[in-house]
Design a protein around this ligand. Structure first.
Ligand SMILES: C[S@@+](CC[C@H](N)C(=O)[O-])C[C@H]1O[C@@H](n2cnc3c(N)ncnc32)[C@H](O)[C@@H]1O
Length: 308
């Protein structure tokens, strides 16, 4: 990897030796070396962290001789409801990876926070939000709250990971709102995770990397947002789907076999039929010209040929 003292970062970063700072026993902690490299690369004079965990950011800043302001739910600061005290120049943000590691009452005692600061941290802890959609909503609220607090020209580095559960990827990278100018996405290889010691079977692909998003606030008021959200769609109404895809999809939805009348019924009323005057002819032609995909089961009934 090509790095130098002044610009230590490349688009792939890896810190097999964690380095000193923070607490490697605090689960989900990160390497102070990443934060040190960000400080050098962007010539940061002051760094803020509103979910500082074991205070890796404070220690990295001290090692680099710059000032920092760090906070966490465990020490009286709830990013969802507390005011951000500064107008930060640089924010390092390392949110929980949803509920993969729970913090309140696991890494620290909720009752102690209640006694000292007068609130139950379990109510505001992002790692205790029960649903993915709820987590994404809270994550994006925190993202915008921090971005809005940045000074003009300020930057954020956001360390996020993807989560795999029951064959489905829950991607913080994709679902995180990206305000302002997206400067870079770095891949950070993971080391010394609890999951490294597990053996996975089947088709599971272990996740061995995270992402560092680098964002810049160029304007004081105007902001463009890159957002992703899921919408439902029907192939029969979509550009891109061929007649063959539609007819095969209809047959699949009928357990692989349906009468011509049933196929018509399932296509009628959809955009594809509405935009083709001769759509019934098109359905028949599709069944006839694709002998490797469709076959006649009996008179007026068609079957899908399954791939061997
Ligand atoms: C991934 S950890 C940060 C680890 C840290 N970078 C380190 O090296 O130790 C995420 C942190 O977010 C905190 N957190 C969760 N919800 C929060 C909230 N609403 N406000 C502030 N901190 C919160 C947790 O207490 C936890 O310490």
């Amino acid at each position: 990897m090509m790095t130098n003292q002044k610009n230590p970062l490349t688009t792939v970063v890896s810190y097999p030796e964690r380095g000193a700072g923070g607490n490697n026993q605090y689960r989900g902690n990160c390497s102070p070396k990443l934060i040190e490299d960000l400080i050098v690369q962007f010539n940061v004079k002051n760094i803020c962290d509103y979910m500082c965990g074991s205070n890796t950011t404070r220690d990295a800043a001290a090692a680099m001789g710059i000032s920092s302001h760090t906070y966490d739910l465990h020490s009286g600061f709830d990013l969802l409801h507390s005011d951000i005290p500064e107008r930060p120049e640089y924010i390092f943000w390392h949110p929980p990876y949803w509920d993969i590691i729970q913090y309140s009452d696991v890494m620290y005692q909720a009752s102690e926070v209640q006694r000292r600061f007068g609130y139950d941290p379990r109510l505001f802890d992002l790692s205790r939000i029960p649903t993915w959609d709820g987590f994404v909503q809270a994550m994006n609220y925190c993202m915008m709250k921090q971005f809005c607090a940045l000074e003009k020209g300020g930057r954020m580095a956001v360390l996020v990971g993807d989560i795999k559960k029951k064959g489905k990827l829950f991607s913080m990278l994709f679902e995180l709102t990206k305000p302002g100018t997206l400067e870079n996405v770095l891949i950070k290889t993971q080391h010394n995770c609890v999951s490294d010691r597990r053996h996975y079977g089947g088709r599971f692909i272990p996740i061995v990397h995270e992402y560092v998003l680098l964002l810049r606030k160029d304007a004081p008021l105007q902001v463009s947002l890159l957002m992703s959200y899921r919408v439902g769609g029907d192939m029969r109404d979509m550009p891109g789907a061929t007649w063959r895809d539609i007819v095969a999809g209809v047959l699949e939805s009928c357990n692989g076999c349906a009468s011509l009348e049933e196929i018509y019924r399932q296509v009628e009323g959809h955009k594809r039929a509405q935009t083709h005057q001769w759509w019934k002819e098109k359905v028949r032609q599709t069944l006839q010209i694709n002998p490797r995909i469709f076959e006649k089961a009996e008179k007026g009934v068609w079957r899908l040929i399954r791939a061997a």
